[in-house]
Design a protein around this ligand. Structure first.
Ligand code: HAM
Length: 417
């Protein structure tokens, strides 16, 4: 028999305890913010055709070249676990012919993504993203709204320390001029480039600037911002101005190129000062060519994804702000006959938003109360033979230890506060 490995696969982990609580809290903050910006939820498959990802993210991106979990099904069809959410949402937009249906088309999603990266602090093989995609408008104000939306999610979650790097990658008019200048520059530096950069230079010179090893040696490379056409330049200026005027801590960074190929015009990255090497909390940008490139009716779009693992880590040491708290109570039967009444009383309490653990009988009262306190209970309701006889319950305040007998209705209103 094969040895059964009882460890989570490399680069993955279980989320439990406080960390799971923080994930849920972040999800509910994001849902509320998406509601305010009028985005609707979409849940796409965890796996899609391999070609969807390679065509959208670009054959020369790191993710496509070496980080996808791929497999073939029984019919020899190639698939990949989704390394990001944008491609699936774009596939949905095209498949459902949304370009010809009345808009607006604004989606948000949350869930696990998969990249076979080298595991490190803040870099996992299964990680979690919250993202949003907006199809239709091409105005800079919509790009700025994406950034503002991320900032609001982070701040409402309690994370206020971040800066936002922004850049413009231009469009099909200005990019070729920059590409040409960049290629000439890179050729002049060929002797200091590694083999991978030399190969990438010919397919996608912009990608060379993103190289961890060679990027820092190329700080004087021609910056795309110096090559922008008139339209892209004014789009970018408006994007930057709107953000500056709306309390976004901005850093214009002409070196920001992003690791995925689909971007045009605005790109942005939220950076945390507290995370070490993997410091990108969230990132995104405009991708006006992608829908057309994948065979849909050409439609501008902009979006972002936030890395939940990193956001939760960055805000780990701050106090939680889980919003409105429910009162918490435990209902304990002191005799077996009291179980049915305790059971139905638990339902009555939950109906008025009091949190109550499942009713159990036979455990020591002391242990039950101790475990209830661990779960945040302030109240216990005890029902035994004496209480049943007089049709009352005993209510115990678990902080003051005071207790008294009263009617069920009075007990419920006492606990609700
Ligand atoms: P991305 O920059 O590849 O963009 O990922 C977005 C965020 O996901 C990163 O900033 C980071 O917080 C988190 N992340 C990425 N890889 C890992 C990993 N291995 N472990 C932990 N966290 C990770 C995208 O995915 C684009 N789809 C964003 C977008 C949406 N652009 C337009 N629309």
């Amino acid at each position: 028999m094969d040895f059964l490995n009882l460890q989570a696969p490399k680069g993955t982990r279980d989320l439990s305890g406080q960390e799971a609580v923080h994930f849920t809290e972040l999800e509910s903050v994001a849902r509320r913010v998406f509601g305010l910006f009028q985005f609707v939820e979409i849940r796409t498959p965890i796996f899609e055709s391999l070609a969807l990802f390679s065509r959208s993210m670009g054959e020369t991106s790191d993710v496509v070249e070496k980080e996808m979990f791929t497999f073939v099904d029984r019919g020899e069809r190639p698939f990949a676990l989704r390394p990001e959410g944008t491609a699936g949402v774009v596939r949905h937009f095209i498949e459902e012919k949304l370009a010809v249906k009345g808009g607006p088309h604004r989606f948000f999603y949350m869930g696990p993504m998969f990249r076979a990266e080298r595991p490190a602090a803040g870099r996992y093989r299964q990680f979690w993203q919250i993202g949003a995609e907006h199809f239709g408008p091409s105005e800079a104000s919509v790009d700025a709204d994406s950034v503002v939306m991320v900032a609001k999610i982070l701040r409402d979650f309690g994370l206020t320390k971040f800066s936002v790097h922004v850049n413009s990658l231009g469009c099909r008019i200005c990019r070729p001029r920059h590409r040409e200048a960049l290629l000439t520059y890179l050729k002049s530096k060929e002797n200091i480039l590694n083999e991978e950069s030399k190969r990438r230079m010919l397919v996608n010179p912009l990608r060379v600037l993103d190289s961890k090893e060679d990027g820092p040696k190329l700080l004087d490379a021609p910056a795309i911002t110096d090559y922008l056409c008139e339209d892209c330049r004014s789009h970018y200026r408006q994007f930057v101005t709107l953000l500056k005027e709306n309390e976004i801590p901005l850093e214009e960074n002409p070196r920001l190129v992003r690791g995925l190929d689909y971007y045009t015009r605005s790109v942005f990255e939220f950076v945390s000062p507290d995370l070490g090497a993997q410091n990108a909390l969230a990132a995104g940008g405009r991708y006006d060519e992608l829908v057309g490139h994948l065979g849909g009716i050409s439609t501008p779009a902009v979006g972002f994804a936030l890395g939940m693992d990193r956001v939760v880590t960055a805000r780990k040491n701050l106090p939680t702000n889980s919003g409105k708290k429910h009162p918490v109570a435990v209902v304990v039967p002191l005799s077996e006959e009291a179980v049915p009444l305790c059971f139905s009383l638990s339902q009555q309490l939950r109906a008025v938003d009091v949190s109550v653990p499942p009713v159990t009988f036979g455990k020591k009262l002391k242990n039950q109360l101790a475990s209830a306190v661990d779960f945040g209970a302030n109240w216990a309701i005890l029902i035994g033979e004496d209480e049943l006889k007089v049709n009352q319950v005993t209510v115990k305040n678990l902080s003051t230890r005071e207790q008294s007998q009263t009617s069920v209705d009075k007990a419920i209103s006492l606990i609700r506060g």
